[in-house]
Design a binder for this molecule. Structure first.
Ligand code: NI
Ligand code: MN
Length: 228
């Protein structure tokens, strides 16, 4: 399995049989190496309804006939746009043909902003996503502030790789993400959701170096971690 970072919170997972993408915010993403019209995705995993996470979901899903896995209200909203969706909610897990997905809580908001009509569509609760594929567990925290139940998530799951936001302002900053990394007990921690916009500018290397035990790992845009 190959796990690749594409800027902001965009992460792809290539398994032996499936192409997965988390939070495919590509149009308007100043960091990404992807082009929306070239993305291949059997599955799109969404943490919440903010535009910098839903991103190009509709275009990618229509072209690839992707399955969109998302928190219920967001899934319903995208289902009305003609996508093939699988709604889930916090605490629930489901075994798919590509692997297992479980949603965790996240302390954040969840709404899609329709810029043209200046309308905000609320899409329920935001989530984190535990994805277990080919014997490895990846935790994509979504957008969240620090919360102490990350200790419980770390106790109940053996997380091989965690993607944690460090941008501050909208999510955890580096200091809180450092505590999150400790509580989640992940074997590797990759910072995300930074430096896409000026207000979330951060030094990912300073964050990664601050984590004890060498668990911090900065992935440059387009860089991968491979699991054999
Ligand atoms: Ni957000
Ligand atoms: Mn965000």
């Amino acid at each position: 399995m190959k796990v690749t970072y594409h800027g902001h919170s965009v992460v792809t997972v290539e398994t032996g049989n499936h192409q997965l993408i988390f939070d495919p915010f590509i149009t308007g993403n100043s960091l990404t190496d992807l082009k929306p019209e070239e993305v291949k995705a059997d599955v799109i995993l969404l943490t919440h309804g903010h535009n910098d996470h839903v991103g190009d979901t509709v275009e990618i899903a229509k072209r690839n006939h992707s399955l969109v896995v998302a928190p219920n209200e967001l899934a319903v909203y995208l289902g009305w746009k003609g996508l093939n969706v699988h709604p889930m909610h916090i605490g629930g897990s489901h075994q798919f043909d590509f692997g297992q997905v479980k949603l965790t809580q996240a302390f954040h908001g969840s709404a899609y902003t329709e810029e043209d009509s200046q309308k905000i569509v609320y899409t329920g609760m935001p989530a984190g996503i535990l994805l277990t594929v080919e014997g490895r567990t990846i935790f994509h925290a979504g957008d969240t502030g620090l919360f102490s139940d990350m200790k419980l998530i770390g106790e109940l799951n053996h997380i091989d790789l965690a993607f944690l936001p460090i941008g501050d302002n909208f999510t955890m900053g580096p200091e809180d993400a450092k505590l999150a990394a400790e509580w989640l007990r992940a074997k590797q921690v990759v910072p995300v959701h930074y430096s896409t916009f000026p207000v979330i500018e951060q030094d990912p290397h300073a964050f990664a170096d601050s984590l004890p035990g060498g668990v911090g790992k900065v992935l440059e845009v387009g860089e991968s971690i491979e699991f054999k």
